[in-house]
Design a protein around this ligand. Structure first.
Ligand code: ARG
Length: 465
């Protein structure tokens, strides 16, 4: 095949084709518009393949040198935006290979020895995704650090803890932030686990069955810093479970961001007034001059749907495919790229936004005082005085009813009135009924006492150091 023949897609394959591909089909089947972002991985993979071909004596050292020279020039052209991406050449792989052959002649044509685009694309996507995972790890750790900062500052700040969005028990705001640190720490673990399976080498699987050339696949894996080779050629070129796993891990991370978003949105509404976001993360209204809208968390909540959609899309893409490679797999890229982009942007903006949250401790405390948040503490107090828990629970329910009727908090009932519900109640009850007393009492591993919060902050800091 002469190098100019690669310019004509209809003839790129072989003399087998007797008519050119129609423009519509070209556009429909081409992926270069989006897969060109794999170019670095594509060149990296090709260089490792060429080096191995040379060291195995399959191509000459001169050919290898020519390939390296050509690839260097191509990388420069792409970086400077001078590379002429051709739709006719379908994808990133054929575009780069055609340019290489244009630049270095026959050596370029030898690069594809023992290789297929099927193992090439699987390798490229894995190399690219590995890099994305590493970036995401950095961002997850930045976000955790920002949350830890808030947690430390607000170990003593009292927030009404909710269940069913009803005031339940007081919690430390720092403890609440630490809940998200736990979630993002698990997201990071999941990403690290996914990375182990992403970081395996398909090259050498060729089209589907392996190749008759004496390739040294382990050498290529080492050169690409991969943790070994894919052991079955059919599986290597066809499965995209690594991409699905990544998207699943990304979906969970987005779901965690989305839950945090929902809370930020509630907390900054007038009805809560618990926090303020820095102005640079909010927007105004074109008609209502008083408005400051939490657009960033709202968008993050919305974009979560988009990433979860990509997960469903990829699962559906895979489910009906017989072994081995099918062109369906070209459809893995856009959802995968968009998942990584969306997650990275979201984590980046959240790490910054969390750092700029202003907390309104008084509003939080006021809200906690409105929901009989220490009713459980009163029940526990009675248990310590000898009542069975179920009886204590019932007794406190009566007291809550009385306080509600007077529109005051349980803690505001005078002692003599409290004693009408049970004679064992004495002056020391008010410490128990205080928000602070309630918090301090939960000094158990995983509990909300400020001392526990500080301990957890230190542990997380050490983990992230
Ligand atoms: N552009 C293709 C993809 O993204 C590359 C592999 C094509 N292989 C093939 N035999 N058509 O999946």
């Amino acid at each position: 095949m002469s190098s100019n023949q690669l310019d004509h897609k209809s003839q790129a394959w072989s003399a087998l084709f007797s008519e050119p591909m129609s423009d519509l089909v070209k556009r429909y089947t081409s992926s270069v518009g989006f897969d060109k972002r794999l170019w670095r991985a594509d060149i990296q993979g090709s260089l490792a393949h060429a080096a191995m071909l040379a060291s195995q004596g399959i191509i000459s050292a001169e050919d290898r040198a020519a390939i390296e020279r050509g690839m260097q020039q191509i990388a420069g052209e792409i970086e400077r935006g001078e590379f002429d991406w051709k739709l006719d050449l379908e994808d990133v792989h054929l575009n780069i290979e055609a340019r290489l052959t244009q630049l270095v002649g026959d050596a370029g044509k030898r690069l594809h020895t023992g290789r297929s685009r099927n193992d090439q694309v699987a390798t490229d996507v894995r190399l690219w995704l590995r890099g994305e995972i590493d970036l995401i790890q950095g961002l997850l750790s930045d976000l955790q650090k920002a949350l830890l900062q808030l947690a430390e500052q607000h170990a003593e700040t009292i927030l009404p803890g909710f269940t069913h969005l009803q005031v339940a028990q007081p919690v430390s705001f720092g403890h609440h932030m630490l809940a998200y640190v736990e979630m993002f720490a698990r997201d990071a673990e999941r990403m690290a686990d996914v990375r182990r399976r992403v970081n395996r080498l398909p090259l050498g699987a060729a089209a589907l069955a392996g190749t008759s050339y004496p390739l040294d696949r382990e050498q290529v894996a080492r050169a690409l810093d991969m943790d070994g080779i894919c052991q079955n050629s059919l599986d290597a070129v066809s499965d995209r479970d690594f991409a699905i796993e990544f998207t699943a891990a990304a979906s969970l991370a987005m779901v965690h961001v989305s839950r945090l978003s929902e809370e930020l949105i509630l907390w900054m509404s007038q009805n809560f007034g618990f926090i303020e976001l820095a102005d640079r993360f909010t927007t105004g209204s074109s008609i209502m001059p008083q408005k400051k809208n939490p657009d960033v968390p709202e968008l993050a909540r919305g974009k979560t749907g988009r990433v979860v959609g990509h997960l469903v899309g990829l699962l559906t893409l895979m489910k009906g495919q017989p072994l081995a490679y099918n062109k369906d797999n070209q459809e893995d890229k856009e959802p995968l790229f968009d998942t990584a982009d969306t997650l990275k942007d979201t984590l980046r903006i959240f790490a910054e936004m969390v750092g700029g949250i202003t907390v309104r401790p008084q509003a939080m405390e006021q809200a906690a005082l409105r929901g009989h948040a220490t009713a459980t503490d009163l029940a526990d107090y009675l248990v310590k005085k000898g009542l069975p828990f179920r009886d204590a629970h019932e007794t406190v329910a009566h007291a809550v009813k009385a306080a509600s009727a007077r529109q005051i908090d349980l803690a505001q009932l005078p002692l003599d009135e409290l004693q009408r519900f049970h004679p064992a109640i004495s002056e020391d009850v008010f410490q128990v009924l205080s928000l602070r007393g309630s918090l301090d009492a939960r000094d158990i591993a995983g509990g909300t006492a400020p001392a526990q919060v500080r301990r957890q902050v230190a542990l997380h800091r050490a983990r992230l150091a």
